[in-house]
Design a protein around this ligand. Structure first.
Ligand code: BES
Ligand code: ZN
Ligand code: ZN
Length: 490
């Protein structure tokens, strides 16, 4: 779906009139004009429309509009925050799709934001996000449905003066989320380390940022023992992808590192069969990083944004690493691989060391579907945030609240490091069941050389079994809106 803007006086196909139920059960109509009152009252009286949250009714051919949808706002008293507006807009999408129109003019009256008590910029941005994020489909492997007409364009008619640029930028960000979703949803027989690196190259060509891809030989020459060990059981070679958005005059450099395991069988410490297919999403961190650098480049965000993606699948081939093996990482530390299913930290350890020593960033943020323990701790509504510098958390938490891709601080107390001590090597890659997300964080910390760093465990937020609001089932694209918001605020 394409989104464009126009002025409120232009052609109007569709008007959405918001209604609102008050504490006393009275229905308030939010509209610039009083003419809807006589249209709506009989519908309310006859019981065809209650005006309450989650209710809506279509109405045809009045006052130059082809169609009017009356839609109930949540009962809560204003002000509505951005997330309420996103969910509200998302609820309209199935209505639009049912109406079978291909091009649609949607009039957003100026007093809607006012009635919602929302800043007009936040209102419009969130409304657009709700529409676009909810319209996402991944149906490239399905036979096209003959009957279904597709909503191609929605033109938002509004008098808000900054609407054009705001809608355009918001659409770019939502396309970033859709790009990440597409990558995650792609099955592992299509998306492996090599094809992922090709997609990165393609994005770089198209959106003008530099992409460098290291092959297995180069990875060997750099002695990335973690990435090579995880890749050992695979028929596909590994890759290390670097993305560079470097606008002129930029002062700050942010390094983003994304876990790119294109399928995680667990390796020799193999996972149980049930639900293993979800592990095609074990490259969600990589997807978020690639899509964020793409978005930063398209929006010309005035900060250097570097992405580093270590990528491979984690398989059980005859050359696979065994539990108990000792490997040497790029930074020289030796690791006893107690469990081959804790592979993310092995490839990230090398990527963090490489990225930090090469690019000397001001801040490093890694995103990884790292631990099942994080799913247990936080579920699908927040990613775990761990950092070696408490001051760094605030701006990312704030960006999380704005984007509703929320992150929640978890501790990296030194005592947790006891659990990853090894008898025969510098450290081991698992720390037992207690605090599984934190021992993973403590492991990564050994590869950042004391430099400012944030780890985001997105295991619970990256992939959903069921759709909710504007989030689809399967790949969520979590992190793109969060990081873009963070970068824009720097
Ligand atoms: N990719 C998984 C983590 C995961 C689990 C992501 C569920 C999304 C949903 C990771 O590589 C893994 O297997 N971690 C192990 C670590 C353990 C062996 C210490 C886990 O969490 O069980
Ligand atoms: Zn694993
Ligand atoms: Zn994994």
């Amino acid at each position: 779906m394409r989104l464009t803007t126009g002025k409120a006086a232009d052609k109007k196909d569709l008007l959405v009139v918001f209604t609102h139920e008050t504490e006393k059960g009275k229905i308030i109509i939010h509209s610039d004009s009083q003419i809807w009152e006589p249209i709506l009252s009989p519908l309310v009286k006859s019981g065809e429309f209650s005006g309450k949250e989650n209710t809506s009714v279509p109405f045809y051919g009045v006052n130059g509009f082809q169609k009017i949808i009356f839609a109930g706002l949540p009962k809560n008293q204003p002000p509505y925050d951005g997330e309420m507006v996103r969910r509200l807009a998302a609820k309209l999408v199935p209505q639009f799709e049912k109406s079978k129109v291909v091009n649609l003019d949607l009039l957003l009256l100026s007093d809607i934001a006012e009635a919602a008590g929302t800043d007009p910029e936040i209102f419009l941005k969130s409304f657009v996000e709700g529409l676009l994020l909810k319209s996402y489909r991944f149906n490239k492997y399905k036979k096209p449905e003959k009957e279904k007409s597709k909503l191609e364009e929605v033109r938002i008619l509004t008098n808000y003066s900054k609407a054009d640029a705001l809608v355009r930028d918001t659409a770019v960000i939502c396309e970033g989320t859709a790009f990440a979703r597409d990558l995650i949803n792609e099955p592992s027989n299509v998306l492996n380390a090599v094809t992922l690196s090709e997609k990165a190259r393609e994005a770089g060509r198209r959106h003008h940022f530099k992409v460098t891809v290291f092959d297995k030989k180069k990875i060997e020459s750099l002695k990335m023992g973690g990435l090579l060990a995880v890749n050992a059981g695979s028929a596909n070679p590994p890759r290390l992808i670097t993305l560079e958005h470097r606008p002129k005059g930029a002062k700050k450099t942010i390094l983003l590192v994304g876990k790119g395991v294109t399928f995680d069988t667990g390796g020799i410490s193999i996972k149980p069969a049930a639900g293993m297919g979800e592990m095609k999403s074990d490259m969600s961190g990589a997807a978020a990083v690639l899509a964020t650098v793409t978005t930063a480049s398209r929006l010309r965000i005035p900060v250097n944004v570097i992405g580093v993606i270590p990528t491979t699948d984690n398989k059980t081939g005859s050359a696979a690493q065994n539990p108990g093996d000792v490997i040497r990482m790029m930074n020289g530390l030796t690791v006893e691989v107690d469990n081959t299913d804790a592979e993310g930290r092995l490839i990230l350890g090398d990527a963090l060391h490489y990225g930090i020593s090469k690019f000397k960033p001001d801040v490093t943020i890694d995103l990884a579907t790292l631990t099942g323990a994080c799913v247990i701790a936080l579920g699908q509504w927040a990613a775990g945030l761990m950092t070696n510098d408490k001051k760094l958390a605030g701006p990312l938490v704030a960006a999380g609240e704005k984007s509703f891709e929320r992150v929640w601080p978890m501790p990296l107390f030194d005592e947790y490091a006891e659990q990853i001590k090894s008898v025969i090597a510098d450290l081991k890659n698992v720390g037992g069941r207690p605090a599984g997300s934190l021992t993973a964080g403590k492991f990564l910390e050994r590869f950042v050389d004391g430099k400012p760093w944030i780890h985001l465990d997105i295991a619970g937020t990256a992939f959903l079994e069921l759709p909710v609001h504007y989030l689809p089932r399967e790949g969520v694209g979590f992190g793109v809106r969060l990081l873009t918001e963070y970068l824009q605020a720097l």
